[in-house]
Design a protein around this ligand. Sequence first.
Ligand code: DAH
Length: 349
Amino acid sequence: MDLFEKLQELRDQGLSEIDKAKTEEKLNDVRVKLVGRKSELTEILHSMKDVEPEKRREIGQKVNKVRDLFNQKLDDAKNEIVEKLVKEQLEKEAIDVTLPGREEHLGTKHPINIILDDLEKYFIGMGFKVAQGPEIETDHYCFEMMNLPKDHPARDMQETFYIDSEDLLRSQTSGDQARELEKHDFSKGPLKMVGPGKVYRRDDDDATHSHQFMQMEGLVVDKNITMGDLKGTLELMAKHVFGQDRETRLRPSYFPFTEPSVEMDVSCFNCNGKGCSICKYTGWIEVLGAGMVHPNVLENAGVDSNVYGGFAFGVGLDRFAILKYGIDDIRDFYTNDVRFLEQFSKEER
Ligand code: DAH
């Protein structure tokens, strides 16, 4: 076989090999084999010294032509493979804009937060500030400052989780009163504050008891504050929460930090005062504790009780929510079942 025939055969075989290589890797191997330094084409060029001089030129040209053809075809084949890969990739990652979107699940406000946010807004509108104390409170602020010395029998009113002899999980938000009284500069005006927050008690959980619940403390201290201010403020709040046609009444009670102390009832919104199972056939429902700030509480915080006085109140927000929404198990607030939680705020998010 002369060199021309050999070149022809090399060309046909090479082209068919290029044609068969379907991946970049295989194509690379073929490229090395056909046009690499050790390819047969290169070998032919090296063996030219044995060829008659008049044929050399022609063969040289033919070899170059075949090599150019190989290079051209190899490049084309490579482009084709790359294009195909890109196309496949694009198809795989294509977004079908006609598919329905994923539904965003927006949470709803917790029923207690609905009431809390509403009450905060209400009191801010009347010039109150919102002040929050720590959930891990000291015996000092939670009790001693609030006129409950260590051996005071009224400490038994609240079963408290103690962390050590001085620190506890607060059983009431009343300590916020003492913190704010200490800080307040009365030369700048009265102190009017609400202090919402979580409290804890050593209660066994059942439908009406929870070891955690939410309270909101309230305090107004200035010169010349009377029990009339207490009554007016709390009556308006009760009507705001439970409806304008509710009636309220104050009953004498006892709290160590107030003297006199009262509890406030609203007329039953279920039976309108006639008597039903919700109001235990009394026509009234107890909603909060309150009273005139005890002079000891003021003096403990360095406030002159001969000049200043005021009223305080404590609201159980769980109780408000239970009454307002007709909920029969307090534990529902804390077990986070969305089917329960979603019922309360249709538009409020
Ligand atoms: N701290 C009381 C409790 O947890 C509630 C309370 C009653 C707060 C009367 C007050 C108040 O500020 O004046 O039972």
